[in-house]
Design a protein around this ligand. Structure first.
Ligand code: SF4
Length: 214
């Protein structure tokens, strides 16, 4: 998933979030640690991409049109911080696209793997919140594995383009475990601080629409 060019250059802080009518939370410390993890994922991804000679450039099967659900509040706030850096015009257009996305998605709930809807933050094949995109957006595409303490090892083959173009043995696998573990730790600390117990499961489009309501 490639980098877009619509980010504002000036840094805008997004460290306080109002979750109710009464309480503000300082989430900056969680976001700083989240971005450290993102930086390490980026490094692991690039190292693997170099090994395989893999690139998303020119791919006609943009994976940003796959329906992914995201499960963490901390990544939700990370995404919203990226969204806040966009121009007002781009934010408005993205929210409009997000509403269209959810309307389309609602017609296919339960059969998400069968449909393709472009993410409202993808413009001309480029992600406009590249630095703040969630873990799955960062790591999708190349072979990976996840070691779950109960379920054991789960393998990921990489995207269809990788399957079609790769000629190497596939031995280089990105271990997602430390990244997931650290984000899960942040998530539980943040939730504890906020007293937030509700299950989180949202597409990017739903995150944007909900973010507009905060
Ligand atoms: S946030 Fe949307 S546009 Fe950006 S990488 Fe993820 S799916 Fe693609």
């Amino acid at each position: 998933m490639e980098e877009g060019s619509n980010l504002l250059t000036a840094h805008q802080s997004f460290t306080e979030v109002r979750m109710s009518q009464k309480v503000d939370y300082d989430i900056g410390k969680y976001l700083d640690r989240l971005y450290e993890v993102y930086g390490e994922i980026d490094h692991a991804y690039k190292e693997s991409a170099v090994y395989y000679g893999f690139s998303c450039k020119g791919c006609e099967e943009n994976c940003c049109d796959t329906v992914f659900y995201h499960y963490s509040l901390v990544e939700y706030f990370g995404l919203l911080e990226g969204f806040e850096k966009l121009t007002e015009d781009l934010k408005d257009r993205s929210l409009e696209r997000a509403r269209d996305y959810v309307r389309e998605l609602n017609r296919h709930r339960g059969k998400e793997s069968l449909i393709r809807i472009m993410c409202p933050l993808n413009y001309d094949g480029l992600c406009c919140v590249y630095e703040n995109r969630p873990l799955i957006c960062e790591i999708h595409g190349l072979p990976g594995e996840l070691h779950h303490p109960v379920k054991g090892r789960e393998g990921f083959e990489g995207c269809s383009r990788f399957g079609k173009t790769n000629e190497k043995d596939g031995e280089k696998v990105i271990d997602r475990t430390p990244f997931y573990t650290r984000i899960a730790t942040l998530e539980s600390q943040l939730r504890r601080e906020m007293g937030y117990l509700i299950k989180f499961r949202k597409t990017i489009a739903e995150m944007l629409i909900d973010g507009d309501l905060l």
